[in-house]
Design a protein around this ligand. Structure first.
Ligand SMILES: C[S@@+](CC[C@H](N)C(=O)[O-])C[C@H]1O[C@@H](n2cnc3c(N)ncnc32)[C@H](O)[C@@H]1O
Length: 191
């Protein structure tokens, strides 16, 4: 998968500027309804760290990204933060978390990578662990600015997550245009 856009210092600086004014505050409010304050949270694809900063007000957050440039950015902006270079599809980490959060990250995975990510999320979550992930609503996939983008529908997300997770909600919301996005909240199934 071509991931160049998020991998160079120049594009990371450009993305940080372009994303100013956007954050996942409303998504995190929904996450707070299912996850106790002070829980251990893994954020996948922390990028500029905007959501990491909001999450950190309530949770003990480990930020992560598969781009070393974003990890450098995150570490220099937040010297006391905990950040890991992690790929969403493999999540090669031994720790256990109470919650896993991502905002517009998992759409960069193809169907097989997403299935593997969901399996790994199940494995690294504690009993009753919860997930909160946003996606772009749509069908099919495309390459945008050199980045692979996989669109999802409500029924498709239900299908791919429901083996390992009880779906609490999948809601449409507006990022740029009405109903262009989906927010999935789920709970790890009991063994
Ligand atoms: C839209 S940004 C996320 C913004 C972030 N939620 C925030 O609060 O600013 C997407 C991020 O996902 C990361 N990313 C893309 N593919 C990834 C993958 N396979 N594993 C981990 N991170 C990935 C990119 O490097 C980028 O930092």
């Amino acid at each position: 998968m071509e991931e160049g856009y998020y991998k160079t210092k120049e594009s990371v600086e450009e993305y940080v500027k372009l994303s100013e004014g956007f954050n996942g505050a409303l998504l995190i409010e929904k996450f707070k309804k299912v996850l106790n304050i002070n829980s251990n949270v893994l954020e996948i694809g922390s990028g500029p760290g905007t959501d990491w900063n909001i999450l950190s007000k309530y949770y003990n957050v480990t930020g992560s990204d598969n781009s070393p440039e974003f990890i450098n950015h995150l570490t220099s902006k937040n010297p006391n933060g905990n950040f890991l270079e992690l790929d969403a599809s493999t999540l090669s980490i031994n720790g256990k978390f109470d919650g896993i959060y991502s905002n517009k990250v998992l759409h960069h995975l193809n169907d097989n990578e997403l299935a593997n990510s969901i399996k790994r999320q199940y494995e690294i979550l504690n009993t009753n662990g919860v997930i909160c992930h946003s996606f772009w609503l749509g069908e099919g996939s495309e390459v945008f600015k050199g980045l692979f983008v996989n669109y999802h529908t409500v029924s498709n997300l239900q299908e791919v997550f429901s083996k390992q997770f009880d779906i609490i909600s999948i809601e449409k919301y507006k990022e740029f245009e009405n109903d262009d996005s989906l927010l999935l909240i789920g709970k790890k199934k009991a063994n």
